[in-house]
Structure formats: structure tokens, C-alpha cells
Design a protein around this ligand. Structure first.
Ligand SMILES: Cc1ncc(C[n+]2csc(CCOP(=O)(O)OP(=O)(O)O)c2C)c(N)n1
Length: 261
């Protein structure tokens, strides 16, 4: 499950691209039937159970799903994504408390990008580290470089094996950075809430560029192969985007019997 910044999570999990674009355009074929929009993504076919934009609101829902899965004795590992602002909310701590109490199979994945809209972390939280705060709940809490894809993969894999073996929940904090504006595709450094220098430092750590460099260095792919792959993805996704754009808008009435699959 995920939050207001769910596009990457939905697509990485294998969520349907046509239904994704259709949802963003508010079309009937959208994954939430065009009634949710960009921040209410769902694709149950690939176990992407949903996302909600009210900050923190998905955390108790995901914790409840983990509880249900445990009661059903399923070997599910629930993952829920959250921004670092969520740890400033009461409902987050209530959820973690319950997950630890019931030893629930859930990984809380915090993407710490240092800002809540325009407010930096140091104006919102004391300098004691998020994992130090969370570990007070008695849950393993680990920090890692979220812009290093191999490190991220390894940390997630260890957490998955830990939770899957029935040892209870884990909290992970991945440091990362939002390069563009809070909501939209533009750059917004001119607003002055962060410095150009900070932005440039983080830009060097861009996870996609770093992965490309690694693939080339290790000779898994050449620059030309990466470019070909990128071109193909662009052409394929633009075709799907056009289809979604041309599809029909939803009916005015909602049929309560509709399922959101
Ligand atoms: C309860 C609530 N308060 C305020 C907002 C407006 N809002 C949307 S995203 C956001 C910032 C959240 O920061 P964080 O959780 O760190 O995620 P980020 O956007 O940095 O990825 C805020 C304040 C909201 N959606 N819900």
C-alpha cells in the first residue's frame, strides 16, 4: 500500500499502465474507475492494495491488513510506504505499537526526502534521527541510502526474510530526495526553501543515473542498449497514454456493486 507519491510503487509492483494513465485522466477504465485520480491507485491483480493521499492515513489500514493476514495464517508480508512527515502523526505510533504488540508481518518503508512540502526536517523534528525514535517502540529500525538501488534491494530483502519468518514488523528509513516540485513536473528551487547547492549535491546521487552507470561499468548493458531500451519504453508508454486519453469518461452515477479490482 502507498501514499500520495504512489506512481513508482504501483508501477514497480507491476500495476497496469493503461489503467494507471486512465485513472490520471479520470476515465472509466481507470484503476479506481476514474473517481480517485493520481493519488488513489490500486491494482489488486498484482497485490497493490491501494494508496491514499491523506498523510498517514494508509498506515493504520495497512497495519489492519497485516493483522487480518496473520489471523488467516497467510504467509503474507505487507509493505506500506510513507513519507517522513508521517512519523510526526499520532496514528503512525498507534499503528506501530499495535504491530509490535501483535508481531504483525509488515514492513514500514519510510522515504525520507527531508521536506514536507516546503518545510525542512529540522523545523519539524529534533535532531535525534527517525530510527532512534521508532526503535523506542521495540521494532527493528534501519536507515539506508535510498538512492543506491543495490543497497535498497539488499536491505528490503533482509527485512522481507525477517518478517516472512514470523519475527514481527520492521521499520526502514531510506534517505532520498525530491528533485522536482512537491506536486508537478517543474523545478522549484527559485522558491528559496532549499539551496541550489543542496539540490546539485543530491542530483549527483540520482538513483536512475547511478544504476545506469553501474550497469555500464559492470558490462551488463552498453550505453547504446540502455538508450534502445529507453526509446522502446517511451514509444510503448506513449501509445498506451494516448489510448487512455481517448477512452470514455465515467457515468455520473456510481454503482455500489462495482468492484475496484
Ligand atoms: C493530514 C494531511 N495534512 C496535510 C496534507 C497536505 N500534504 C500533502 S503531502 C504533504 C507532505 C507530506 O510529507 P511527507 O510525508 O514527508 O511526504 P513527501 O511529500 O515529502 O514525499 C502534505 C503536508 C495531507 N495530504 N494530509
Amino acid at each position: 500500500m502507498s501514499n500520495h507519491r504512489a506512481h513508482g510503487h504501483y508501477l514497480a509492483k507491476g500495476g497496469d499502465l493503461y489503467r494507471f494513465f486512465a485513472e490520471i485522466y479520470g476515465k472509466a477504465d481507470g484503476c479506481a474507475k476514474g473517481r480517485g485520480g493520481s493519488m488513489h491507485l490500486i491494482d489488486q491483480k498484482v497485490n497493490f492494495l491501494g494508496s491514499t493521499p491523506i498523510v498517514g492515513s494508509i498506515v493504520p489500514v495497512a497495519t489492519g491488513v497485516a493483522f487480518a493476514e496473520k489471523l488467516k495464517q497467510n504467509k503474507t508480508v505487507m509493505c506500506v510506504f510513507l513519507g517522513e512527515a508521517v512519523v510526526e502523526e499520532g496514528v503512525f505510533h498507534e499503528s506501530i505499537n499495535y504491530a509490535v504488540l501483535k508481531q504483525l508481518p509488515i514492513i514500514y518503508i519510510c522515504e525520507n526526502n527531508l521536506y514536507s512540502v516546503y518545510t525542512p526536517l529540522n523545523l519539524r523534528q529534533p535532531e535525534r534521527g527517525i530510527t532512534q525514535l521508532i526503535s523506542g517502540h521495540g521494532i527493528p529500525a534501519i536507515s539506508a541510502d535510498g538512492n543506491n538501488i543495490r543497497e535498497t534491494y539488499n536491505v528490503i530483502k533482509s527485512a522481507y526474510l525477517y518478517v516472512h519468518s514470523g519475527k514481527g514488523p520492521v521499520f526502514l528509513e531510506f534517505f532520498t530526495y525530491r528533485q522536482r516540485e512537491h506536486c508537478g513536473h517543474l523545478f522549484d528551487n527559485h522558491l528559496g526553501y532549499r539551496s541550489e547547492q543542496e539540490f546539485l549535491e543530491w542530483k549527483k546521487q540520482d538513483p536512475v543515473s547511478r544504476l545506469k552507470q553501474l550497469l555500464i561499468k559492470k558490462k551488463y548493458l552498453s550505453t547504446a542498449q540502455i538508450q534502445t531500451l529507453q526509446n522502446k519504453l517511451t514509444v510503448d508508454s506513449e501509445k498506451i497514454l494516448e489510448q487512455a486519453h481517448a477512452s470514455t469518461t465515467p457515468h455520473k452515477t456510481i454503482n455500489d456493486a462495482d468492484t475496484y479490482a
